[in-house]
Design a binder for this molecule. Sequence first.
Ligand SMILES: O=C(O)CCC(=O)C(=O)O
Ligand SMILES: [Fe+2]
Length: 326
Amino acid sequence: MKMASSMASEPSTTIPTVDLSPFFHEDEAGRKQATEIIHHACQTYGFFRIVNHGMSTELMAQAIKLSKAFFELPEEEKLKFRPIVGSEAPLPAGYSRQPDHSPDKNEYLLMFSSELGFNLLPADPPEFRSVLDECFTQLARIGLLVEEILNECMGLPPNFFKEYNKDRRTDFMAALRYFPATGVENNGLSEHQDGNCLTFVFQDDVGGLEVLKDGEWISADPQEGSIIVNVGDIIQVLSNNKFHSAMHRVVRRGRHRHSFAFFFNIDGEKWIEPLPQFTSKIGEAPSYRGFRYKEYLQLRLRNKTHPPSRPEDVIHISHYAISPCK
Ligand SMILES: O=C(O)CCC(=O)C(=O)O
Ligand SMILES: [Fe+2]
């Protein structure tokens, strides 16, 4: 079993690794160590890698294999799973491909919890749906565990996040395939911060996911069985900038890359603002004004559907930032 490395010895060219096995048996010291590493990672990188999280390596490998087979189907087959116009799903569930003019060069299959009835997934091979559903269930379980750990890191009551977002209907998962780099261009997914709470990624052995730390791009290399976790904008706002929503991107390599990204989300009606624990209770001014989450999502979606001509007009979480008093 790979043990989590200590904070002091962590080389700066890699993201911190956290062993979650102490959370599956009585190991107070191990839990404390894992919590400290996550706390430090959220304050610095906004990215970390989890191992021994309880999701099997075989399940991940099977999901990658099935998604690879799906994306290799002829375009007209994949288009049979095109999102249904007028569906009530929070985002278009099904198969989509980035438009040709998009700087992002990938295609993806987006799904929600199967109970919601929004998913458009092939019935053949028969294990396709069951494997993807099982991935969803496992990642949702891991999401709850990591949120529990964050409660501790952030000095919040033990059930804070569970209570904060009881409605899990907006969590979604995407199977992604990135196209190979060309001789002139290698952008797979432009640099961005995720708008949600937490994102969980597992990937094949191609590589290309990178996180920005202190002005340098650090690679979140593929390591079999591990899951990459990144902090999203909601946690950055709640923590009043103490925890970082990591800037990350995907660089294309010489061959197709497959990954799964699971977005642990929040109900769109939720009002988001820095928590008192990070503001009034410690005598600090809030760095963001409050906003309803769905308003922010709509603005982010508009960036995609009606991209502003100037990059500086793209809406990020800084849209809600309060400039410090002079
Ligand atoms: O495919 C990946 O590794 C990352 C995907 C990602 O960052 C995203 O979809 O927001
Ligand atoms: Fe992302």
